[in-house]
Design a protein around this ligand. Structure first.
Ligand code: PAN
Ligand code: ZN
Length: 205
């Protein structure tokens, strides 16, 4: 790769501690509180109440030192706390990569879901420790904690992909993921791995 010089970072070893959910050496850490998630929950009044009630941390993203630069391959660990606001399970903002490129997530701990939307179709991948979820180019993605413990996963993505959050605000994600009540779990015929989760359409918000 002689055409690619100088390298922004040297070849390196990155220590991945799945139990602690850390990368070392560590790069920037991003913390997303409830107030950072404006416009994303269906129930705006419940969102406002949650912001007023202490504005809890919903998720954090710990990065390695590999930069988000074209042709680099950054990694990060996201940890989403368990919870629901207006019945909607706590989630990441979700984004589209404007420079369409693929990405992988590896489940580390807890139970989560990977919701993908290409503007027309929606896909759901349940994530448990050891699951690799693959996002093809052009599929916006959002992660949801569907369990009662923190949900952590490792992300690996092209450094030049970019992150477009406005796309999700404009187009939605096709489906919303709610904590199912006993009633609607039975009504939807949910069994097995989907028990506890109810999907509702974005349309009609
Ligand atoms: C992930 C996400 C991370 C946080 O590293 O950026 O889980 O989600 P939001 O970016 O939607 O807030 C990734 O998909 N990177 O491309
Ligand atoms: Zn992404």
């Amino acid at each position: 790769m002689s055409e690619y010089s100088p390298l922004p970072v040297p070849p390196m070893s990155i220590r991945f501690d799945p139990a602690a959910g850390t990368l070392s050496p560590e790069g920037p850490t991003l913390t997303r509180r409830m107030s950072d998630l404006e416009g994303l929950f269906r129930d705006r009044a419940a969102w406002e109440q949650a912001v007023a009630d202490g504005d809890p941390v919903v998720y954090s993203v710990v990065s390695s030192q590999v930069p988000e630069v074209d042709r680099e391959l950054p990694q990060s660990i996201t940890t989403i706390q368990p919870g629901a606001t207006g019945g909607e399970l706590w989630m990441t903002k979700g984004h589209q990569h404007p420079n369409h490129q693929g990405e992988i997530y590896l489940g580390i701990s807890g139970r989560g879901g990977l919701l993908m939307f290409d503007g027309a179709e929606t896909r759901w991948v349940e994530m448990t420790p050891g699951t690799i979820g693959y996002m093809p180019p052009g599929w916006a993605h959002r992660s949801i904690n569907i369990g009662s413990e923190p949900y952590s996963f490792l992300a690996v993505y092209p450094g030049g992909a970019g992150h477009d959050y406005g796309w999700v605000l404009e187009h939605g994600m096709g489906l919303r993921v709610l904590a199912a009540t006993d009633d609607n779990t039975a009504a939807n015929g949910n069994t097995g791995t989907d028990t506890g989760v109810e999907f509702v359409a974005y349309s009609g918000d």
